[in-house]
Design a protein around this ligand. Structure first.
Ligand code: FAD
Length: 531
């Protein structure tokens, strides 16, 4: 019989071996009678300082005839045999094509390959080994490559990230995502930590390993190959034209292009693919000394190796809008993330060690169609562009990002840098960020600061540093799909992942990729030899 036992507690220095004894005590048996013992969850309980504890859930097996004591922390684990995925009968013309190698495209391609459907995957940017150099050059010299950058290239938008793997979705596929990441090189802890992260250093290796596995299973991955047109016939997709001047003929296409492929959105819109406006959030990156965040969260235990760099999550509902922290990167840096020239876009990234001086997080406010000033389905993109260009201008129109001390931002003045130095990957210039965002956003941000300071002591420090602007928090569009996950009105075209409006973050994008791959397997016949 398989059990899960929750609420096993260790002090920060407590040895994990003690967990088995605790589990045995709860069960009222000897620890030798417990087999297949595994940690399935570890979280930090920092509510009482001092006295921060680690809280675990474990899974284990005991004899089938064992009488389970009445204890809410003990649960019998349901038999979780995976659903068997059987191939459908619709013939695949050509090979299934996946556009994009972000988490959605990679996981979709992986599952297709694992099921014998040898996908072709095309990616507009470079493979990750080359991409890293191109991105570094952009950060150092300020010269943007519009095809390979922080948004585009192998691994997608999350490659230069903190690799946080937290998600709010509850889907059985999340487990597969974490297990596959672990199989391809992530530390085992990601399979049980409540707030797992991989770090950009590990992500780069994992992404390359996943690609090699897809190729080993018969898939083909083509880099520097952008989808520039789609061929449609009688409401069915029948091919994709690429930037390398070839047409890939197929009746199954996965559109996993992320939220920043504005040129591809435009092309699809012009071809009649339906789009809807979608809310998202905009604001700034805010930086504090990591030590300040550690102390606020962990008090005297701050710096203990079992705790690592502390994170935070803040949320304030105002009049009609919410302000919140987003994509917080402990011990990380602020990265230049634009994909179009003449614009500044911020985001955050960390190495696995999370050991840099500053903590950074987006501080954003919700915006929606009513703010876009147009009913055009792609209106949200123009709205993003407006603030990205103003940030470029505020930075001096030379690729420098506008930065501002929090106190100066609150007082609408440019000022100078204080004790928190920008970790931004490019040049910065002191400016008034109030000029790069709509007043309803800056007002809401200002209202939130006091409130957040009460929740996290020090958040409102005068020298905290803002870098503008953060606009790519999620997709500004949604491509509606039907019950078979196809684009409304276009058979065989599968909008997938964050860009299409079905995910927000690495794990949920990967889950959506798996979901679409499963649908393709269920729909299309497996060819004996796809060439
Ligand atoms: P993407 O990852 O955007 O992938 C889309 C891919 O499609 C890209 O590789 C692109 O080059 C390619 N493409 C686009 N158009 C074409 C075309 N026409 N032809 C061929 N290829 C095309 N999320 C988290 O959960 N945790 C984090 O810590 C985190 N940190 C982040 C840090 C940064 C700097 C950024 C930018 C994002 C971060 N995110 C994070 C968000 C996360 O990266 C995205 O949610 C996720 O990558 C979305 O996955 P996706 O596959 O849907 O799209």
């Amino acid at each position: 019989m398989k059990l899960v036992i929750s609420n096993l507690i260790l002090s920060l220095d407590g040895p994990q071996e003690a967990l088995k004894q605790q589990a045995a005590k709860k069960l009222g048996i000897k620890h030798q009678n417990i087999t297949n013992f595994k940690i399935v969850k570890q979280s930090i309980d920092a509510r009482k300082k001092p006295g921060i504890r680690l809280v675990y859930s474990i899974s284990c097996e005991v004899d089938d005839c064992f009488q389970i004591p009445g204890d809410r922390d003990i649960k019998i684990l349901a038999d979780s045999r995976e659903e068997i995925l059987l191939p459908g009968s619709k013939p695949v013309e050509g090979r299934p094509l996946v556009i994009g190698t972000g988490p959605a495209g990679l996981f979709c391609g992986l599952v297709l390959a694992q099921n014998g459907y040898r996908p072709i995957i095309i990616e507009r940017g470079q493979k990750v080994e080359e991409r890293a150099g191109t991105v570094e050059r952009c950060w150092n010299a300020g010269i943007l490559d519009t095809e390979t950058n922080v948004q585009f290239g192998e691994g997608g938008a999350g490659t230069f990230s903190d690799g946080k793997l937290t998600t709010r979705i509850n889907d059985r596929r999340c487990e597969k995502v974490l297990e596959e990441f672990h199989r391809f090189g992530a530390p085992e802890e990601i399979t049980y930590k409540a707030k797992p992260h991989i770090g950009t250093d590990n992500l780069k290796k994992i992404v390359a390993n996943m690609r090699k596995e897809i190729e080993r299973l018969g898939g083909t991955v083509l880099f520097n190959t952008k989808a520039v047109d789609v061929k449609l016939r009688d409401g069915q997709i029948c091919g994709v034209v690429t930037s390398t001047n070839s047409t890939i003929e197929t009746n199954a296409v996965v559109l996993a292009i992320g939220h920043s492929a504005r040129d591809t959105f435009r092309m699809l819109y012009d071809r009649g693919v339906p789009f809807e406006q979608k809310p998202f959030s905009i604001g700034v990156r805010i930086e504090h000394p990591q030590e300040l965040i550690n102390t606020a969260q962990y008090g005297a235990a701050s710096g203990h190796p079992a705790l690592g760099a502390a994170d935070y999550q803040l949320f304030m509902k105002g009049a009609g809008r919410t302000a919140y922290s987003f994509c917080m990167c402990p011990g990380g840096i602020v990265v230049a993330s634009a994909s179009e020239p003449g614009s500044i876009v911020t985001n955050g990234m960390s190495e696995y060690s999370r050991d840099r001086e500053n903590a950074n997080s987006a501080l954003v406010v919700s915006v929606g169609p009513a703010d876009f000033g147009t009913g055009h389905p792609l209106g949200g993109i123009e709205f993003q562009r407006r603030w990205e260009r103003l940030a470029y201008a505020a930075g001096g129109s030379n690729n420098s990002a506008p930065v501002q001390r929090l106190e100066d931002f609150l007082n609408n003045r440019t000022g100078r840098l204080g004790s928190v130095k920008p970790s931004y990957t490019g040049e910065t210039r002191c400016a008034d960020i109030n000029e790069c965002l709509p007043p309803y956003v800056t007002d809401c941000m200002k209202q939130s600061i006091n409130y957040f300071d009460r929740k996290l002591r020090g958040f409102g420090m005068k020298d905290a540093l803002l870098t503008g602007v953060e606009t790519r928090t999620s997709s500004p569009v949604r491509i509606p799909r039907n019950d078979a996950f196809e684009c409304m009105g276009i058979a065989g075209l599968y909008p997938c992942g964050e860009g299409a409006g079905y995910a927000g973050g690495i794990v949920s994008a990967a889950v959506d990729g798996i979901r679409i791959a499963e649908q393709i397997v269920r729909t299309y016949a497996l060819k004996k030899s796809i060439t």
